[in-house]
Design a protein around this ligand. Structure first.
Ligand code: HPA
Length: 290
């Protein structure tokens, strides 16, 4: 364990590698089978405090091959427990491509989740608004994504296909489950969580924020919100047959005119402001999953 430094880039993981991580987690929570996986993005880590019954907290550093989060605002631990009656496996912080990880490393936690029994992935992120109607602090359900970093080659599925997870050429036509989105809209209406936008998320590699010309291009191709995560995780989840609900927290207005400055501090601060609404939305969805 820990023999391979985290940033020494394995190109692919084998089923044995994935099973070893799953086994390390099982040993910490005997008999516990998570059904829902949750990933909390930048500034949203405190959403985890709403999870009612914690069975185990496992720092990423204690798991073999697990990519550690090097970014401020990402706690870097796994929480297993129960929230709103659902057995969950929650990642408080995630790894990003810009940190130096390979796409295989970013996909690894999702495959481990699947091996442990997770069927539904709820993924959150902080995102910049490209849609001019959005304001910092708003929430957006992801209806679809544009895989800008993946279309030209950076896929977590590159390499030998692991047939026990899914097919070589997985369909992405319904990557964001329409029933889960409808459920989230119902919960938001019932709990007064507004506005709840729905739109297209684009993944960029980062870590630099976009130029005004980048943003005008993204708007032109149909983007509503832009961020540096989520898509590789969703692709990995859909490949392995998981249903996905994606929620972006809008942290900043896109600098379309070049007159504003975007900072990571602003992103974290907006994340903290929307944490109670994000937690209420997720809790409501968990409570109503059948
Ligand atoms: N651009 C890219 N990623 C982001 C942004 C942004 O404006 N805000 C939060 N993550």
């Amino acid at each position: 364990m820990g023999a391979r430094p985290n940033l020494q880039k394995p190109d692919f993981f084998t089923e044995q590698d994935i099973d070893a991580v799953a086994q390390a987690i099982r040993a910490r929570v005997p008999g516990f089978t998570p059904r829902v996986g949750l990933i909390l993005g930048s500034g949203l880590g405190a959403v985890a405090e709403a999870a009612s019954e914690v069975v185990a907290r496992i720092p990423y550093a204690e798991l073999p091959d697990w990519p550690e989060s090097t970014v401020v605002g990402h706690a870097g631990q796994l929480i297993l427990g129960t929230w709103a009656g659902q057995p969950i496996m929650l990642m408080q912080g995630r790894a990003h491509y810009y940190e130096g990880y390979t796409m295989a490393q970013i996909g690894l936690p999702i495959r481990v989740m699947r091996r442990l029994g997770v069927q539904i992935l709820i993924v959150t992120n902080a995102a910049g608004a490209v849609n001019p109607d959005f304001n910092p602090g708003d929430l957006m359900l992801i209806r679809d994504h544009i895989n800008l970093i993946g279309m030209a080659g950076l896929s977590p599925l590159r390499g030998p296909n692991l047939d026990s997870f899914g097919p070589r050429f997985p369909d992405m036509g319904r990557a964001y489950d329409p029933d889960l989105r409808a459920l989230a809209r119902d919960v938001a209406a019932a709990r007064g969580i507004a506005p709840l936008w729905e739109g297209v998320y684009v993944s960029v590699a980062g870590p630099q924020f976009e130029t005004p010309a980048d943003l005008r291009f993204l708007r032109l191709i149909g983007v509503d919100a832009v961020g540096m995560s989520t898509v590789p995780e969703v692709v990995t989840a859909v490949h392995s047959g998981m249903r996905v609900l994606g929620i972006s927290g809008i942290s900043n207005r896109a600098n379309l005119d070049g007159n504003t400055i975007t900072t990571h501090e602003e992103v974290l601060e907006a994340g903290q402001r929307m944490t109670p609404r994000m937690a209420a939305l997720i809790e409501g969805v968990l409570a109503r999953l059948t």
